[in-house]
Design a protein around this ligand. Structure first.
Ligand code: GLA
Length: 424
């Protein structure tokens, strides 16, 4: 069906990118899971040219992120440490003479097009495009209407649905490309905030600033410490000998989005009650665990558990900063494991698959610590290891996981990588 002018249409059509889809297999270990499309050999500029028949004018790149420690503390005004990884998404863009917008990604096999003037959230197969379209909406809201429409192609090697925040990468890559295309001058903090706004208000996901902030401010060989209350970012050097491994369980709770929103509401409800005792507190982050504990009787068991997780997790982030400064990876690892335990018991955002991986990994040689990374309710485990840790060390865990859950866990080592930047 041809797109109707002024109305956004999502068209799904079969694509055979046989030259660029990839899958390495080491016996039962898949480094790339077909369920999470990755197109590492394809550059967005190539995709753009193939799809739109002209050369792209500009390109942006943004990486995925690891949530190192600081789980569900961002929207509670807390401290969180993240890291940009060496996998990400590219956006290639070109202006059009008319007011239309076309957005394409081989990973979704869908082209979406409509009028710039009629930007509105889409549903169904085209819903993935709400991330780039939401960014176009937010950028115009803050910097003025674009003078023309645009074509945008997206590609990259960051798996979706793995807890590595491909959504923020999609947003930031698009934002960088559109910023260049329309000559807008936007500081990284504004870029991160407006991308978050796009996700909150256009996509409808009530996330905090972690994902967009880390993707914007990350640096190779560094972690990013984000103070979500002050919205300030600081990079921390990654101690020598630290390595990261990602174990993507592929588990995805059917109610993921609504569970995230529920946890957020539970935190807000707990804060409302605690403010009767501590009226100066604007966020849960303004309270200590001792203060929460003192008012335990006023909270429901769930509210108490959520507020305990948040306040103690922020304390763990502070301790992690100190341990990282000392280069004490063993101490950092213990904090990561304690964080996972807290997600499991107090915040209730883990799941059997994540718990299994963490439990199996922690006793292994070379593993400093492991925890779920990101929102939870499925997704991936991040392990902090020494350089000695290898796929061989991990093999028994992968075997055991396969026996327990009847499907493979997707594992890959990852390094820290550059934050969002201009391409081309
Ligand atoms: C998701 C959200 C982030 C943050 C984490 C949990 O990744 O997008 O804003 O809340 O979950 O820490």
């Amino acid at each position: 069906m041809p797109p109707v002018p002024g109305i956004w249409q999502g068209q799904v059509f079969p694509l055979s990118f046989s030259d660029c889809s990839f899958q390495y297999s080491i016996s039962h270990l898949a480094l790339a899971n077909p369920a999470f499309p990755m197109y590492p050999s394809v550059f967005a500029a190539e995709v753009f040219q193939r799809q739109f028949g002209v050369v792209a004018a500009v390109g942006g790149y943004a990486p995925g992120r690891l949530e190192f420690i600081g789980n569900h503390v961002d929207y509670n005004g807390g401290l969180v440490i993240g890291a940009t990884i060496d996998k990400g998404l590219q956006a290639a863009a070109g202006r059009r003479a008319d007011g239309r917008v076309r957005v394409f990604s081989p990973a979704y096999g869908a082209a979406v097009e409509g009028e710039l003037a009629g930007l509105a959230p889409l549903s169904g197969d085209a819903a993935w495009a709400n991330y780039p379209l939401g960014v176009a909406w937010a950028l115009q809201k803050h910097t003025g209407a674009f003078p023309a429409g645009f074509d945008l192609a997206l590609a990259g090697d960051l798996p979706a649905g793995a807890g590595l925040s491909s959504s923020a990468a999609l947003e930031l890559a698009t934002a960088v490309a559109l910023r260049e295309l329309f000559g807008r001058s936007i500081e990284p903090l504004a870029l991160a905030r407006w991308c978050r706004q796009a996700e909150n208000e256009f996509v409808g996901m009530p996330c905090g600033l972690l994902d967009q902030g880390v993707s914007a401010f990350g640096q190779e060989d560094h972690l990013v410490l984000l103070d979500c209350r002050a919205e300030t970012f600081q990079t921390l050097p990654l101690p020598a000998g630290a390595r990261f491994w990602v174990f993507n369980t592929g588990a995805k709770h059917a109610l993921l989005d609504s569970l995230y929103a529920t946890r957020r509401r539970e935190c807000e409800d707990a804060l409302k009650i605690l403010r009767q005792f501590y009226p100066q507190a604007q966020y849960l982050a303004d309270l200590s665990f001792a203060e929460v504990e003192r008012q335990r009787a006023a909270l429901t068991p769930d509210q108490y558990a959520r507020a305990s997780h948040v306040t103690r997790e922020i304390e763990r982030v502070r301790q992690a900063v100190v341990a990282l400064e000392r280069g004490d990876l063993a101490a950092v690892g213990k904090l990561l494991v304690a964080s996972h335990q807290s997600s499991r018991e107090l915040f209730a955002n883990s799941c059997p698959e994540l718990d299994f991986i963490v439990d199996q990994l922690v006793p292994l040689p070379g593993v400093f610590g492991a925890r779920l990374t990101g929102g939870g309710f499925g997704g991936a485990v991040m392990a902090l290891t020494s350089p000695e840790f290898s796929i061989k060390t991990a093999a028994p865990v992968l075997d055991a996981y396969g026996r327990q859950f009847g499907h493979d866990v997707v594992v890959f080592p990852t390094r820290t990588g550059a934050g969002a930047h201009v391409l081309l």
